[in-house]
Design a protein around this ligand. Structure first.
Ligand SMILES: Nc1ncnc2c1ncn2[C@@H]1O[C@H](COP(=O)(O)OP(=O)(O)OP(=O)(O)O)[C@@H](O)[C@H]1O
Ligand SMILES: [Mg+2]
Length: 464
């Protein structure tokens, strides 16, 4: 690629003189007789250096310089004038000119200046690229990470964004599946259209069909008006089907048809409507295993699994923990001056994080309640402090001499966990179920089993 120089001067003889000189030096030369033409040349060509006169009809060279620094800051600018004043020179340098040269100038002088200006702009461009790459490797559309696993993920997400394919995001709870789904939408050409997130596990089974595909008036008792389903609401945009493994088989069949035919029929209706929706599905259950067990349609599995994005668990990218902590501190400490002690960071890096980034975020938030500015070991949960592993009780279990009724003991324990999860999740059943790594459906079932609440979850089903 040849280096390209743009010469801006209202005087034809000057343009010709510089053109010949610079072409002989091996540069490709473009010319413009005024600033406006120069700007349009700059908009449609990559220009490495602009050599501009200062006094010109219309916009002056200084004004041209100012717009160039705004639009293409990497382009070097050299100003040339016949009426140079010290003030103008200072002004030009302040605006970011590479140099300011008085006419008449010597041929050697301009050659050297051009060479140096180009070297500098090349350096600047390289530095900027390096800076951008560095920033990107740590944070890609809101997803923090710089471990090899995360870099690989960013590369894959970038590819996925360019396509309209269905995507399946898998990974343990709290690994950022929803974050990735939103990133895919925001990085695609559908970003100005709706992103509709639906938790398939949270919609009561008898309402799933009408929620997804809509219903007409009077389709069933209670269907008082027309209702567009999530597919129609997401038209032109992205539909995020979270916990897709929770969809009942009959709904899987319906979904498959919609994906194949790209049209929906509202419940009770008899006409179909074309929809243009990109589906991103997510599951923290192993769908292939559900397929083997007959709980997930194989053909649907292949249909949604065009691209699979696997979110790595946090324990496989421990090196990202300091960066994540920094990010979460910025997120949760309003003044932006939150810190962490090195022992606390060490304790975090030694922990296994079964709940992944969500658990890390909860731990940070909790610690900040105890001390709003600094995270220290004593503000961390006991499991991290002692270094003991979770899921292993310290003393082991005790069976009294006359034995125990295991079933009842376990039920009692289970009930306590359910209640505590609900309290911790501020009453959100979806969140509570997540805390216990249970599907929404089984959580709801257990709640009603212990009389802890009526089965209902529609309010939790849709986010955004
Ligand atoms: N790489 C990351 N960088 C920054 N924040 C993250 C990252 N991964 C997850 N988070 C944060 O952790 C929380 C959980 O993420 P998210 O809801 O996307 O997880 P998930 O995989 O959908 O979990 P689940 O399977 O339980 O629904 C969110 O607050 C999210 O912003
Ligand atoms: Mg999720």
């Amino acid at each position: 690629m040849k280096t390209r120089v743009l010469i801006v001067d209202d005087e034809l003889s000057m343009r010709e003189f510089l053109s010949i000189l610079l072409e002989r030096e091996g540069y490709e030369v473009l010319t413009a007789a005024d600033a406006a033409t120069a700007l349009s040349r700059l908009a449609s060509n990559r220009i490495d250096l602009v050599i501009s006169d200062v006094q010109m009809p219309g916009l002056s060279g200084l004004e041209l310089l100012a717009s160039i620094k705004q639009q293409t800051p990497d382009t070097a600018v050299l100003l040339v004038t016949a009426f140079s004043t010290a003030e103008q020179a200072v002004e030009a340098m302040k605006l970011g000119a590479y140099d300011y040269l008085a006419k008449p100038f010597k041929v050697e002088e301009i050659k050297v200046l051009v060479r140096n200006a180009l070297e500098r702009s090349e350096l600047k461009r390289e530095n900027r690229l390096l800076r951008e790459q560095a920033a990107e490797s740590e944070m890609f559309v809101g997803i923090v990470g710089r471990s090899p696993r995360m870099r690989e993920l960013f590369g894959l997400l970038r590819k996925v964004m360019e396509t309209a394919s269905t995507v399946l995001i898998t990974g343990e709870s709290g690994t950022g599946k929803e974050l990735a789904a939103r990133a895919i939408h925001n990085g695609s050409n559908r970003k100005h259209k709706p992103f509709v997130a639906v938790n398939c596990g949270a919609i009561p089974e008898n309402l799933i069909e009408s929620e997804l595909f809509g219903h007409v008036r009077g389709a069933f008792t209670g269907a008082v008006g027309e209702h567009p389903g999530f597919f129609e609401q997401a038209n032109g945009g992205t539909l995020f089907l979270d916990e897709i493994g929770e969809l009942p088989l009959a709904m899987q069949t319906r979904l498959l048809r919609v994906l194949q035919e790209r049209e929906v029929r509202r419940v009770g209706g008899n006409c179909t409507k074309k929809v243009d929706v990109r589906v991103v599905a997510a599951s923290n259950r192993d769908l292939a295993e559900l397929v083997r067990g007959g709980d997930f349609r194989e053909d649907l599995y292949y249909r949604i699994n065009v691209f699979q994005v696997v979110m790595p668990p946090l324990r496989e990218r421990i090196e990202d923990i300091p960066l994540l902590v920094e990010h979460l501190l910025r997120k949760h400490v309003a003044a932006g001056n939150g810190t962490i002690s090195s022992e606390a960071l060490k304790a975090l890096m030694n922990y296994g994080f079964p709940g992944n980034v969500r658990e890390l975020e909860n731990i940070i938030e909790r610690a900040l309640v105890l001390n709003p500015e600094r995270i220290t070991v004593d503000t961390l949960p006991a499991v991290l402090r002692g270094g003991e592993r979770r899921y292993e009780s310290a003393g082991g279990v005790q069976i009294p001499d006359d034995g125990i009724e295991l079933e009842a003991v376990l039920e009692h324990l289970e009930k306590q966990y359910l209640q505590q999860a609900l309290a911790k999740a501020g009453g959100s059943k979806t969140r509570a179920a997540e805390l216990l790594r249970m599907s929404f459906r089984s959580f709801r079932y257990k709640l009603s089993k212990y009389g802890l609440g009526p089965p209902d979850g529609a309010a939790d089903a849709v986010r955004n």
